[in-house]
Design a protein. Structure first.
Length: 396
């Protein structure tokens, strides 16, 4: 017979529950679960400084690696922001094509915007190449007579002999290419060719980046919003929204208004008899994207008409051109850009011109966006607008 102590020892090794005097099957002892994650030890000040330094080094290395493609990425972001409302409406209507067909169609549309103007410039040049070669041959043999308008210009008594010495005598026009060659035309042409190839590569990369930005737009926007909120708090999203509104307003106020000016003045060129009105209209549209830039194009068209013996038509083109650009630059553009950016037009103009000088063509959109963000922060800081920087809100 086992002793009482032995029974107690066995019961301790194999515990059982007694329910109603019955001993059920022995259940295994449950051990407490192990923690899934182990909390890391807090970083020391030196480790935090080293982490910040490593992040900055990696960021600088990434920017240095992508520095040649940053303009393409910025252009892709600008196009994506400008196209997103229309793209999102189409994607909501055709959700099955949101990730493939619609981004490809948008990229194709942007590509056509770039290719069609190039074709419009190239085709008239190709068409007139034969006539230009005949004119050059005639000018080499007989010279180029000074136009009658030259004598009526200020200092015309000096301009006419200068023209006659350099272009009027037979064979003088043939010496111009040699003089230009001495200034390094070949090297300049090589540089232009290399730059053109580089631009084509950047265009292809920009279109590729635009495709993926439109395809993954919702995810990218969510990540940017989360990163902004984590880094800057509520003011980050407010500034981001203001920048996006500024880009929308700038695209509408510069690109769309510039295209409208090009179309209207192109029709005027055709009616007035300007040679190659479509080409002049395209040049006008491109220059009109910069405020007051269209004046260069229609003044050149007016001078061309005067040189062709049509001074009245030239004066009409210049007069109507100034009227169109005055209306666009003083009424339409301030309403579109200023309404979206909440900026006085003076700051919009300074942002456009300063942005072009500092950033190049992409500064057309970056300049007003930067000015809009700065003005928003300033208005909150001085209490003219409620926000995270508002002194009254900060006290509360």
């Amino acid at each position: 017979m086992p002793s009482v102590a032995t029974a107690r020892y066995a019961s301790a090794l194999n515990p059982v529950r007694r329910i109603g005097g019955v001993s059920p099957r022995t259940a295994p002892v449950e051990e407490p679960p192990l923690p899934l994650t182990v909390e890391p030890a807090p970083s020391s000040p030196s480790q935090r400084r080293a982490s910040v330094a490593a992040v900055l080094i990696l960021l600088a290395a990434g920017v240095f690696t992508l520095k040649g493609f940053l303009p393409a990425l910025i252009w892709a972001a600008i196009f994506a922001i400008a196209m997103w409302p229309s793209f999102d409406r189409l994607a909501t209507r055709f959700p099955r094509h949101r990730h493939e067909l619609l981004p490809a169609a948008a990229v194709l549309g942007v590509l056509l915007v770039f290719v069609v103007p190039v074709l419009m410039v190239a085709l008239p040049l190709i068409t007139d190449a034969h006539a230009a070669s005949d004119w050059v041959a005639h000018a080499r043999q007989y010279g180029v007579a000074p136009p009658p308008i030259l004598s009526s210009l200020p200092f015309g008594d000096r301009l006419v002999p200068l023209w006659q010495r350099n272009l009027g005598e037979p064979g003088e026009i043939s010496a111009l290419p040699a003089r230009i060659m001495q200034g390094g035309l070949i090297e300049t042409a090589r540089g232009v060719g290399a730059e053109a190839l580089h631009r084509v590569v950047l265009l292809a990369f920009m279109l590729l980046a635009l495709f993926f930005l439109l395809r993954e737009g919702d995810g990218v926007a969510r990540q940017v919003r989360a990163a902004s909120a984590r880094t800057f708090g509520p003011r980050g999203e407010r500034v981001g929204r203001q920048v996006i509104l500024s880009i929308h307003g700038t695209v509408n106020g510069l690109v769309l208004v510039g295209l409208a000016e090009g179309v209207l003045l192109g029709i005027l060129y055709w009616l007035a008899g300007v040679p190659h009105p479509a080409l002049f209209g395209l040049i006008t549209a491109l220059l009109a994207m910069v405020p007051f830039g269209a004046a260069i194009a229609f003044c050149l068209a007016g001078l061309l008409l005067v040189g062709l013996g049509q001074p009245v038509a030239g004066a009409v083109v210049v007069g109507i051109g100034f009227a169109v650009t005055f209306t666009a630059d003083h009424f339409i553009r301030p309403a579109l850009i200023g309404g979206a950016t909440q900026l006085p037009f003076l700051w919009v103009l300074l942002g456009i011109l300063g942005g072009v000088e500092a950033w190049g063509l992409v500064g057309l959109f970056l300049g007003p966006a930067i000015m809009a963000a700065l003005i928003l922060l300033w208005r909150e800081w001085v209490g003219d607008q409620s926000g995270p920087l508002d002194p009254a809100q900060a006290k509360g």
